[in-house]
Design a protein around this ligand. Structure first.
Ligand SMILES: NC(=O)c1ccc[n+]([C@@H]2O[C@H](COP(=O)([O-])OP(=O)(O)OC[C@H]3O[C@@H](n4cnc5c(N)ncnc54)[C@H](OP(=O)(O)O)[C@@H]3O)[C@@H](O)[C@H]2O)c1
Length: 429
């Protein structure tokens, strides 16, 4: 490549865009020294050019027209940091068709349209880099694509949503109820004004989809991922879990078994001795198990302007190196195939169940019989408290197929001695 500056066009200058620009400005010289080539931000598309920005930016660079970025023949790398699916997908396709490399932090888009976009990139002799789409500043995509590429990945288990981890930490350590913890997360900038995608588990499911796609070279649709959020997690269950030696976390789990893939996001009890149990507040962590490497754990800040900007800048640098060296594509994964997914009712787990029953003799025996009849074996059964008429009981099962467990719960709820089924949570080992 002739000795020229590599030109960057950005779509979006919000939280992540601002962080990215700030890093390019602050560490620009160091980045250029490492690359051996200069980087220049040539154009930035935003919705409102008059908005006050937390980062210094030349007003001349701003435009409200996405085409001014993706169609500019001088721009080499388009960095998509707008979010959303429709406009971002169109913009990335246009950028690729116009011969640009693409960097994005967009998990919603990569989870739902990643395979399509990567195929377009490959056809164009270009590539899409998306390290920032999972785990913010934590390296996860690059390890899966490069460092662990020689492994058969057996299992991924992670805490990959900072908002829900912050809420669960506040509930657990400060005794807050869900609504109070959510309000505090919003006040401190760890939760969006509309927190639905986070608290309902969708954000974690998008990220799990992206990691599992790479880990298992599988085509995964969002419907393949059994997704439950934390809106139904009660402070009382967190307290009881702690007494039993567990912490409650929103876990994202992907596993390749002989008969198919297990893909799920749900709150779960995890032993206090497990390293993921001590991942608190907005932090994220991911455990990967490879057949050669064994267990590897990644930990850090899963969101925020600078941590996410750090991953975006690393991707810009990767794209710049490819452009400088005139290598086609760079390393890319596009060989994804559809694989069998084990449906939730056939997935095996331990379960925690809290219920209320009439406080009368023989209740434990009746419960044990109902579970025994459904071939669900119990690990523990404890009476937590009782009032004049009802007793609150907590049960933990051994491993059981979910379908069989749900059947037993259905039988229980029809028993006159059971007043209510209050909570069901999975227990991770
Ligand atoms: N925030 C995080 O910590 C984080 C972490 C990991 C990944 N991500 C991902 O990074 C992406 C960006 O997130 P963010 O938090 O930085 O979002 P944000 O703060 O809402 O910023 C979005 C930016 O895109 C611009 N924009 C939106 N629609 C546009 C359009 N149609 N045309 C031109 N500009 C448009 C906005 O312009 P205005 O400024 O003029 O409104 C704004 O600058 C998302 O995909 C998100 O999932 C975020």
């Amino acid at each position: 490549m002739k000795n020229r500056t590599i030109k960057i066009g950005m779509l979006g200058l919000g939280t992540v865009g601002g962080g990215t620009l700030q890093i390019l400005q602050k560490n620009g010289r160091e980045i250029e020294r490492k690359l051996g080539v200069g980087l220049e931000v040539k154009r930035i598309a935003v919705r409102d050019t008059g908005k006050k920005r937390p980062v210094a930016v030349d007003q001349e660079l701003l435009t409200t027209k996405i085409d001014h970025v993706v169609c500019d023949p001088e721009i080499d790398i388009v960095v998509e940091l707008m979010g959303g699916v429709g406009a971002a997908r169109q913009a990335i396709i246009r950028a690729l068709e116009n011969g640009k490399f693409v960097v994005t932090a967009n998990k919603d888009l990569m989870a739902q349209n990643g395979a399509e976009l990567l195929a377009i990139a490959k056809n164009q002799g270009k590539n899409i880099f998306y390290e920032a789409s999972v785990g913010g500043g934590i390296p996860l995509i690059r390890p899966l694509k490069h460092c662990l590429a020689a492994n058969r990945i057996k299992k991924i288990i992670g805490i990959i949503n900072g908002t829900t981890n912050y809420i669960l930490t506040k509930m657990s350590l400060e005794g807050m109820e869900f609504a109070e913890a959510l309000a505090e997360a919003q006040a401190r900038g760890f939760a969006e004004a509309d927190p639905a995608s986070d608290v309902e588990g969708r954000d974690a499911a998008y990220k799990l989809n992206i990691m599992a796609t790479l880990a298992f070279s599988a085509l995964i649709s969002m419907d393949d991922i059994c997704t439950e959020g934390i809106t139904e997690v009660k402070l009382r269950d967190i307290r009881y879990a702690r007494e039993l030696g567990y912490s409650v976390k929103l876990l994202a789990v992907a596993e390749e078994k002989e008969d198919g893939l297990v893909l799920r996001v749900h709150p779960a009890l995890i032993p206090l001795s497990h390293p993921l149990a001590s991942v608190e507040n907005e932090f994220n962590a991911v455990f990967l198990q490879g057949d050669a490497v064994g267990e590897v754990m990644f930990f850090g800040r899963g969101a925020g302007a600078l941590p996410t900007g750090s991953a975006v800048c690393a991707d810009i640098m990767d794209a710049a190196r490819i452009i400088k060296e005139e290598i086609e594509n760079g390393i890319m994964e596009t060989d994804f195939t559809k694989k069998e997914v084990i449906p939730p009712h056939r997935q095996v787990s331990r379960f925690y169940l809290r219920l209320k029953a009439k406080d009368e003799p023989g209740v434990f025996a009746k419960l044990a019989t109902a579970f025994g009849d459904a071939r669900v074996s119990l690990d523990m059964i404890i009476q937590k408290r009782s009032d004049a008429e009802t007793a609150e009981i907590v049960l933990v099962t051994h491993n059981v197929e979910e379908g069989r467990f749900r059947q037993a719960v259905e039988t229980l709820s029809a028993m006159p001695v059971i007043s209510s089924i209050n909570s069901i949570l999975r227990v991770a080992d």
